[in-house]
Structures are given as structure tokens and as C-alpha cells.
Design a protein around this ligand. Structure first.
Ligand SMILES: Cc1cc2nc3c(=O)[nH]c(=O)nc-3n(C[C@H](O)[C@H](O)[C@H](O)COP(=O)(O)O)c2cc1C
Length: 304
């Protein structure tokens, strides 16, 4: 049996598969359920300083090869989130706290609080494509990315992951800025800004208008981003975007990822997601004579 264990910035994972932020991880109970169902780690939904209702319904529409969501970062605020954390930590596996804010100071305050709740690492959401003054609007600027990352690094002792948007002229430039700010790992990618129109009503389908595209259709975008980041920085990369099979995971690993986050697939497969992905990746590794998932990282760069 091929060895699936990986290490991301000191986080030892039993397999490379992590539940992505915002999908199925709304509560401590669902985070714990994903861990019991074979996820090596989970990322919480993105949490801000104050409660936020999110955008009006409908917030999800199915499109070819994926879906568009405009959840709008609904969350109960960091103080309320403590109760969820207690339950999420019960299985004893790594929980990664995702946070979003409008300023470096807000990110640092949220990071300190999350660290006290007992998370193993932080993930900075600098990449949500549909939240004004937040997410991608911050993460599209290298200076802001570096400043926020550095402020969080100075505030906590746990590893800090920075989640990047693909909607930039150069993801390598943003990755370098995050690394210069002290990022311990980079996550690529968040969703891509997208829209669907209702042809009968002649209006956008989603209540908010635009949303973020996820699922199999964005996998080639994610793989290209990871490939470019691997060339640009020397920090571990976590691939995300359309991972649906063990072979998708292998592709991300070869592009340069050390681990994977899985979102949209979980909406369809629920408890079956993670063990199935691990089985498929193990089968792929064995079929090609690879001893470990680790050994695949960056393989596609050998000819560079
Ligand atoms: C319904 C939904 C909600 C999401 N919420 C968040 C969120 O709160 N924070 C975040 O960083 N990413 C969020 N994402 C993005 C995912 O974490 C992931 O980066 C993206 O969906 C690509 O992976 P996938 O194709 O496997 O879904 C969300 C995605 C979906 C589909």
C-alpha cells in the first residue's frame, strides 16, 4: 500500500485530503463528521469579527462542470464560533481556522482568537470573489497581501496559510508577496467570479448577481496556478479546485501541491468523499509504481 501521509508546514496529515472552507463545514458537528469520514484535516468556514447574514437567496446554482455560489461569507462572528470549535476538535485531528477581515488589524485580532480556540493553523481568506472590500479585493494586491500576512504572523505562533485568488495578472507575484510576509503555506485556488442568467426572468439567477465558480470546470485553472506557484516560491502548496478523483489529486501533486482541499465534491458525496479519494489515489500510486503521495510533489517540473 502506497504511503499517503504528508507534512504541510509541520502539520502531519494521514492523507493529503482536507475539507475546503465553507463547504459542509458550517458547524462543529459537520467538521467533526468530515474528520470521522476520513478527511485528514478540515478548514472552518471563513469567520469574521462580527455576525454576517450573507447574501439573499438563491445562493447556489448548478452550471456545467460545477456550481456558482454567492453565500456572501455568512457566519456567526468569531465570539460565537468558539462553541463550534469545541465540537470540531473532538476527533483529535487538525482543524484549520479560516478568517476574513477588511484590514490587517482585523485579521490579526481574528487570528489571535482562532489560535485560542485551539486550531492547528490559520487560513487567510484573501480570495473570496464576491465580497466587497474583503477577500479577493485585498488578495489581488501584492502589498496588501504581504502586509496582512505579516500582521497575522506577528500575532500568532501557529502556521499561517494564505488562500489565493486565481483572478490576478500574476499569481506568482501574489504568492511571492505572501511568502515575503511569512506565509507557511499557500492554498490555490478559491473560486472564480462567475454569473448565470435566468433566460425566462431576464435577471441573474443568484440573488447577489455574481458568485464564485467551483467544481471540475476550474481544475485546469487550479493546476496551472499551483504549477506557477511551485516555480515562484519555496513554501508548501495546497491545491484546490475541482478535485473529484484520485487522479485529479495526482495531477495537483505533480504540479507542485503537497496536499489538496476538496469542496464541491463533498456536496455530492458527503461521507463517501474522503475515503474514496484516498483509495483512488493509493490505487493510482500503486498502478504507476510510486511509493508515496509525497514523491509526486512537483514531478511535472522535472523537465523545467
Ligand atoms: C458553497 C461554497 C462556499 C464556500 N465558502 C468559502 C469560504 O467561506 N471561504 C473560503 O475561503 N472559500 C470558500 N469556498 C471556496 C472553496 O473552499 C474552494 O476553494 C473552491 O470551492 C474550489 O474547490 P472545489 O472546486 O473543490 O469546490 C466556498 C465554496 C463553495 C462551493
Amino acid at each position: 500500500m502506497a504511503d499517503l501521509t504528508v507534512d504541510v508546514a509541520g502539520l502531519r496529515l494521514e492523507n493529503p485530503f482536507i475539507l475546503a472552507s465553507g463547504v459542509w463545514g458550517e458547524t462543529g458537528a459537520t467538521l467533526a463528521r468530515a474528520l470521522r469520514a476520513g478527511a485528514a484535516a478540515v478548514v472552518t468556514k471563513s469567520v469574521g469579527l462580527r455576525p454576517r447574514p450573507g447574501y439573499p437567496n438563491p445562493t447556489i446554482v448548478e452550471v456545467p462542470s460545477g456550481l456558482i455560489n454567492s453565500m456572501g461569507l455568512p457566519n456567526p462572528g468569531i465570539e460565537e464560533y468558539g462553541a463550534e470549535m469545541e465540537e470540531a476538535l473532538r476527533p483529535g485531528r487538525p482543524v484549520i481556522g479560516s478568517i476574513f477581515g477588511a484590514t490587517a488589524g482585523e485579521f490579526a485580532a481574528l487570528a489571535r482568537r482562532m489560535e485560542r480556540w485551539g486550531v492547528s493553523a490559520l487560513e487567510l481568506n484573501l480570495s473570496c470573489p464576491h465580497a466587497k472590500g474583503l477577500g479577493a479585493q485585498l488578495g489581488q494586491d501584492p502589498g496588501t497581501t504581504k502586509r496582512i500576512t505579516a500582521a497575522v504572523k506577528a500575532a500568532v505562533d501557529i502556521p499561517v496559510f494564505v488562500k489565493l485568488t486565481p483572478t490576478v495578472a500574476s499569481i506568482a507575484a501574489i504568492g511571492r508577496a505572501a511568502a515575503a510576509g511569512g506565509a507557511d503555506a499557500l492554498v490555490a485556488i478559491n473560486t472564480l467570479k462567475a454569473m448565470a442568467i435566468d433566460l425566462d426572468l431576464c435577471i441573474p439567477v443568484l440573488g447577489h448577481g455574481t458568485g464564485g465558480y467551483s467544481g471540475p470546470g476550474i481544475k485546469p485553472v487550479g493546476v496551472a496556478c499551483v504549477y506557477e506557484l511551485f516555480k515562484a516560491v519555496r513554501v508548501p502548496l495546497i491545491g484546490a479546485g475541482g478535485v473529484s478523483t484520485g487522479e485529479d489529486a495526482a495531477e495537483y501533486l505533480m504540479a507542485g501541491a503537497t496536499a489538496l482541499e476538496v469542496g464541491t465534491l463533498v456536496l455530492r458525496k458527503r461521507d463517501r468523499t474522503f475515503r474514496q479519494l484516498s483509495r483512488e489515489l493509493a490505487r493510482f500510486l500503486a498502478s504507476r509504481g510510486h511509493r508515496s503521495a509525497r514523491s509526486l510533489t512537483g514531478r511535472a517540473h522535472r523537465g523545467d
